[in-house]
Design a protein around this ligand. Sequence first.
Ligand code: GTB
Length: 215
Amino acid sequence: MTIIITAFEQSPDLGQGQARDMRVRWALEEVGQPYDVRLVSFRTMKQAAHLALQPFGQIPTYEEGDLALFESGAIVLHIAQRYPGLLPDDGNARARAIAWMFAALNTVEPPIVDLEVAEYTEQDRNWYAERVPMIERHIRDRLDQLSSRLGDADWLDGAFSAADLMMVTVLRRLEGSHILDHYPSLAAYMARGKARPAYQRAFAAQLAVFTAGSR
Ligand code: GTB
């Protein structure tokens, strides 16, 4: 059954792996499942056919036979549960890995997104100069806690899992900011994730969308 995902036809980062289809591509590469990509424009994403797949008019989506899914976290979890390679076999370890996926999405990512939103949409507001340090403090609090838990370990809880895949993609959103400079262990953790062959294949595939003549 061919897996089809959706991704941006045009992306502000020109395929540098920041759009959330990257998580799905990476997960599929880790479990060795081939997939097709349907590229969508911003206009197409708001039309009925896409809204039937993704009620908020966004990417990524995932189709596999008669299953259609949205939300990158739910998609990665589905892939990890359906195919071996991204979750531990032991039930408790599996539950902990899933908890870390939620932590990446619900605890670590929100202040990082707040910072992006402020930078994109609030620079001309009179509260901007006060708001940014507040958000950065919130991000640092989370990174302090995360780096303290990671310690000297390579991955969050034993072997590499979907938890690390999700956390690395979240931390990548801080690339280009100065914040990660203060967290060498998290920068090294992110680099370990990015060095994985499956990550590299996923990154190359997303980048290829924006490379002239590739598709
Ligand atoms: N919670 C949803 C999920 O995890 O799947 C959020 C999906 C989402 O935010 N999708 C974005 C989207 O479709 C793309 S990833 N936006 C279009 C819209 O809302 O109209 C966010 C993103 C896009 C591009 C960059 N970039 O270029 O740097 C970074 C992040």
